[in-house]
Design a protein around this ligand. Structure first.
Ligand SMILES: [Zn+2]
Length: 278
């Protein structure tokens, strides 16, 4: 019976891996000084400045060498990363943070609500119990706070629910004299097992998700990015990059459609759970 259970757990884990095989993805310039340096499944962004760089999302510890290779392929130095940010304190976005900090000495800044999960390596998450290497947090951010380096300015928008401190980043990028509003969406999914009703560990989760969709729908977006490439159709858009004068990542309609679709999915789950369903 125990062996059988172990086998099923193993099979389930193998299936999960098979469904989401992570691998290297071509590093590319998105717009202005914003570059994609993440993997096929997990997004990382490099914001370059004359005074060093900002990295968003360290992903898993195993992903860090892929990120480093991408940064170097673009002609930048990994050691020039001065600030490490994230979109959400789930292991697939922050488990590599301790290693990035160790390799670069970057200052780690985390939105209030996610700081304990990062500083303890997974402790205090309302849903998950997985653990990873703890990473010291140098600065706790608050909603609307600006992170500035070398003339670039990122704004941290609290978009909670997916995690308590889930963060959507915005910045204005300039290319060929034109300005673009860039939005890097933090997290919009009500994951399997998330309890929106009577959640003792996160009583305000439903209100937090509602707030997130209000915030996202109100943001002005030209360039649509997110914590996973799947949020914004990276794999479909990337091959079109450089093929015409149009930048495929400029997609305000796709951004609004995503916010509405994810809000509808949230509302449906909320209604179902209120009726006693999953
Ligand atoms: Zn997540």
């Amino acid at each position: 019976m125990i062996l059988r259970t172990v086998f099923f757990l193993f099979a389930a884990a193998a299936m999960a891996t098979a469904q989401h095989p992570d691998s290297a993805f071509p590093a590319h310039k998105v717009v202005g000084n914003v570059y994609y340096v993440g993997s096929s499944e997990l997004s990382s962004y490099l914001i370059t400045t004359p005074q060093g760089h900002i990295l968003i999302n360290s992903s898993f510890e195993e992903t860090v060498p892929l990120i480093r290779a991408s940064v170097e392929k673009l002609g930048f130095k990994f050691g020039d990363i001065k600030i490490l940010l994230n979109n959400q304190a789930h292991g697939d976005h922050v488990a590599g943070s301790a290693l990035v900090k160790q390799l670069t000495g970057a200052k780690v800044m985390v939105m209030k609500g996610d700081e304990t999960v990062v500083s303890t390596g997974g402790g205090g998450d309302f849903q998950y119990t997985d653990r990873w290497k703890a990473c010291p947090v140098d600065k706790v951010l608050h909603d609307g706070e600006k992170v500035s380096l070398g003339g670039s300015e990122l704004v941290a928008h609290l978009t909670p629910g997916h995690t308590r401190g889930c963060t959507t980043w915005t910045m204005t990028a300039t290319e060929n004299g034109k300005k673009y509003e860039v939005v890097i969406v933090g997290g919009v999914n009500v994951n399997p097992g998330f309890q929106l009703v009577n959640n003792a560990k996160y009583p305000e989760i439903a209100d937090d998700f509602a707030r997130t969709f209000r915030v996202l729908k109100a943001l002005r977006c030209d360039v649509f990015l997110g914590a996973h490439g799947a949020y914004y159709g990276m794999a479909e858009k990337y091959p079109r990059l450089g093929k015409s004068a149009e930048n495929p990542f400029v997609d305000p309609a796709g951004y609004q459609a995503m916010a509405k679709e994810k809000e509808a999915a949230y509302l449906q789950k909320l209604a179902s759970q209120k009726k006693g369903g999953k």
